[in-house]
Ligand binder design. Structure first.
Ligand code: FAD
Length: 282
C-alpha cells in the first residue's frame, strides 16, 4: 500500500486586523487536521515584513507549534536578513522557506544576495543547522529561466547549498512533477532524503487563477481553462469541477509516492479541508 504523504498549509499575511482575525479562525479549523506545519509568505524587498511577523505571532498565540516563515533576498542587504534570522531564532522558529522573490515595481538593485541559492548559503553560514530550509521548485520552469536544464541545475545548486527540501510552484499536470523529480535524481539528488514537495493550488475561481497562473508561468490545461471560462459566474460549478480536478491530481501524486503536499490555501479553510479529508490524509 502507498504511504500517505504529509501535508502543510500556506498563508499570506492579511492587510487588515479584521483579515488577521479571520485568519486566526481559518488556522484553528485547518490546525484541527494536524498538518506538519504552516508557512507564511513574505513580500520581497521587505514589503510585508511587519505583516508577516504579525501573522507569525498571531499564529503562535493560536497555538501553532511549527511555523515556516518565507524569507526572500532580492533587494535586501545581508544585515537585514541576518537581523530577521536572529529574530526568528529568538522566537523558536526552526523552519524557513528561502526564496529570491521578485522585486516590487519601482525598486531597483538585486541586493547582496541575488539568487535563492546565495540566500540558502548565507543562512547556513550564519546559523548552521538551526533551520530546516525549503526552497522553490518549478515543474513547468521558472519564467525567467534560460532553459529547463538550467532551472533544474539551479534547484540542484539550492539543494547543494544546504536546502533540505523544495516545494513546487503549483501545477495541474502530474507528469511535470514526475519529470522534474526524475531530472533531479539524474543529477544525483536523492529525493527520498531531499524531498520534492508538491505545491497544490485548489481551484475556487476562474479569473484569479488564470491571472495568477499566467504571472508565475504555471500551465492550466486547456480542458480546465475552457471549462472554467464556460462556467462564467457559476461559482458552485467552478468549485465542484475544481475539486474534481485537484482531487484527481493529488490521487495520482499519492499513487506516485509524493512525500508531501503543500496547500496554497489563499487563507481559506475550504476547499483545503475538503481535499485533505477526501484524500484520507488525516
Ligand atoms: P531562484 O532560485 O534564485 O531562481 C530565480 C531565477 O533565476 C530562475 O529562473 C533561475 O533559473 C535563475 N537563476 C538562478 N541562478 C542564476 C544565475 N546564477 N544566473 C542566472 N540565472 C539564475 N515570492 C515572494 O515574494 N514571497 C513569497 O513568500 C514567495 N513564496 C513562494 C513559495 C513557493 C513554494 C514558490 C514556488 C514561490 C514563491 N514565491 C514567493 C515566488 C518566488 O519568489 C518567485 O518565483 C521568484 O521569481 C523566484 O524565486 P526563487 O527562490 O525560485 O529564485
Amino acid at each position: 500500500m502507498t504511504a500517505k504523504p504529509t501535508f502543510s498549509f500556506e498563508f499570506y499575511p492579511p492587510k487588515t486586523s479584521a483579515g488577521q482575525e479571520k485568519l486566526g479562525t481559518t488556522f484553528d479549523e485547518l490546525n484541527a487536521l494536524s498538518p506538519s506545519y504552516f508557512s507564511v509568505t513574505y513580500g520581497a524587498g521587505g514589503s510585508t515584513r511587519e505583516r508577516t511577523l504579525d501573522t507569525i505571532n498571531m499564529l503562535k498565540k493560536h497555538g501553532a507549534t511549527d511555523i515556516a516563515p518565507h524569507i526572500s533576498c532580492i533587494g535586501d542587504d545581508k544585515s537585514q536578513i541576518a537581523e530577521l534570522l536572529e529574530y526568528y531564532q529568538s522566537i523558536g522558529i526552526s523552519r524557513l522557506v528561502a526564496l529570491r522573490g521578485d522585486l516590487p515595481s519601482g525598486q531597483v538593485g538585486m541586493g547582496e544576495l541575488p539568487f535563492a541559492r546565495d540566500l540558502v548559503a548565507f543562512i547556513r553560514e550564519q546559523t548552521g543547522d538551526a533551520f530546516y530550509i525549503e526552497v522553490a521548485a518549478y515543474p513547468e520552469m521558472h519564467p525567467q529561466a534560460r532553459s529547463f536544464a538550467s532551472d533544474v541545475q539551479n534547484l540542484v545548486n539550492k539543494y547543494q547549498a544546504g536546502a533540505n527540501a523544495a516545494i513546487t510552484q503549483f501545477f495541474f499536470n502530474a507528469d511535470s512533477y514526475l519529470y522534474l523529480r526524475d531530472a533531479l535524481e539524474k543529477q544525483g539528488i536523492d529525493t527520498q532524503k531531499q524531498p520534492l514537495i508538491a505545491g497544490i493550488m485548489p481551484i475556487t475561481s476562474s479569473s484569479s487563477l488564470v491571472r495568477f497562473a499566467d504571472s508565475c508561468g504555471a500551465d492550466i490545461p486547456r480542458y480546465v481553462r475552457k471549462q472554467l471560462t464556460d462556467f462564467g459566474d457559476d461559482r458552485k460549478a467552478i468549485r465542484e469541477f475544481g475539486f474534481e480536478v485537484v482531487y484527481k491530481l493529488c490521487e495520482r501524486l499519492i499513487a506516485e509516492s509524493v512525500p508531501a503536499l503543500h496547500f496554497y490555501t489563499m487563507n481559506k479553510t475550504e476547499p483545503n479541508r475538503k481535499l485533505v479529508k477526501a484524500l484520507g490524509l488525516q
